[in-house]
Ligand binder design. Structure first.
Ligand SMILES: Nc1nc2c(c(=O)[nH]1)N[C@H]1C(S)=C(S)[C@@H](COP(=O)(O)O)O[C@H]1N2
Ligand SMILES: [Mo]
Length: 197
């Protein structure tokens, strides 16, 4: 038993050095949703950021598209152990959206249409590390993958990348989101395997 698992692990690491520990490569794009896919029309869509004193900045779909749009090429890693390398996205950097935001908070809660939540430190959202993405591989983001727009925070496990993103609320103290209340890690770095508590 021990010999077999040791051999398997070693072979996996040699063949794919770019994978975080315990991950395997997939070519397809699994859909992982805790509930039904919400149906959101562009004309009703908006995204808002609420700071810790309750001030809200918000953008309509058209306003979001007037901001600088970036191409993002990145690997993604799901805590259920699949990783996908070299994915292409287009969206707006959270750095751009935070330009006019006055905050001393250190954490954000992402809120999705449909009710999903996930918590992320601002140190992981800012500095060129996260985007609101609305295109995947040159096409509009499919509803099951979070369209019209989702958060991507690709350096953390993919459960932090909230699909159908609706708002970020900024918090001075960290608080658990949906999966975090159910045992997932508050941070979620795939390279140090921050999977669960
Ligand atoms: N709103 C919402 N966002 C979500 C989820 C969800 O259930 N609802 N699942 C998370 C999990 S666990 C993963 S792995 C990724 C899956 O994204 P995909 O379905 O596009 O592969 O979305 C994350 N974002
Ligand atoms: Mo996941």
């Amino acid at each position: 038993m021990a010999v077999i698992s040791r051999g398997f692990g070693a072979r996996r690491r040699e063949s794919t050095p770019e994978l975080p520990p315990g991950q395997y490569l997939t070519e397809d794009f699994p859909v992982l949703s805790a509930g039904p896919t919400p149906n959101i029309h562009m004309s009703e869509w908006s995204f808002g950021i609420r700071n810790e004193v309750g001030e809200v900045a918000s953008w309509t779909w058209d306003q979001l598209h007037e901001l600088p749009i970036e191409d993002v090429h990145t690997d993604i890693h799901c805590v259920t152990r699949w990783s996908k390398l070299g994915t292409s996205w287009r969206g707006v950097s959270l750095d751009t959206l935070f330009e006019g935001i006055d905050t001393a908070a250190s954490f954000a809660m992402a809120h999705s249409y449909g009710g999903y939540t996930t918590n992320i430190p601002l140190d992981d959202l800012l500095g060129g590390q996260s985007w609101i993405a609305f295109e995947f591989e040159g096409e509009s983001l499919a509803p099951e993958h979070g369209g019209p727009a989702r958060l991507i925070v690709p350096h953390l496990y993919f459960w932090k990348s909230a699909k159908w993103l609706r708002a970020l609320t900024l918090m001075e103290e960290d608080a658990p989101g949906f999966w975090e209340q159910n045992g997932y890690n508050m941070h979620g770095d795939p390279w140090t395997e921050e999977r669960y508590w």
